[in-house]
Design a protein around this ligand. Sequence first.
Ligand SMILES: O=c1ccn([C@H]2C[C@H](O)[C@@H](COP(=O)(O)OP(=O)(O)OP(=O)(O)O)O2)c(=O)[nH]1
Ligand SMILES: [Mg+2]
Length: 155
Amino acid sequence: MTIHHTRPTLNVIRLANGEGLDLPAYESKGAAGMDLRAAVDADAPLTLLPGKRALVPTGFIFEIPEGFEGQVRPRSGLAFKYGITCLNSPGTVDSDYRGEVKVLLANLGEDAFVIERGMRIAQMVIAPVTQARVAEITAAGETARGAGGFGSTGV
Ligand SMILES: O=c1ccn([C@H]2C[C@H](O)[C@@H](COP(=O)(O)OP(=O)(O)OP(=O)(O)O)O2)c(=O)[nH]1
Ligand SMILES: [Mg+2]
């Protein structure tokens, strides 16, 4: 992949429960997201029953650079094979958040899913964001679309 811009640095702080875990990493040269690993106890894998959700620790604090966000997204393989997804997808990690990043996994499959320590459970995309100024006005500007939406152009 040709990098067309300066790569921001993501500072990470390893927590006690992250001891020994691989750093979040891009698994291929052009991967959009870095994979996040489950920091569950090695002796106590987490069993996610069908229809249930769980907040899974990653073992790290991330200092998301200002002007960016972390988007926590499902891994398509886990979704396809087991129905495992991120309930709040995409999860939002704010640049001023200094707590442990966690992944809200949900099991939409039919079978129990066991999450072992170090398993790659989700991926995080670092994406630029803009904070808009909010300005209240009295009438919206006219457009051809107007108020048409939700299928107004056909399906
Ligand atoms: O998948 C996620 C989503 C969020 N967070 C953390 C980082 C984020 O900065 C914070 C707040 O997330 P969000 O704004 O989505 O949740 P909220 O319900 O609005 O909580 P808050 O009132 O703390 O903003 O929770 C995670 O670790 N993982
Ligand atoms: Mg919030």
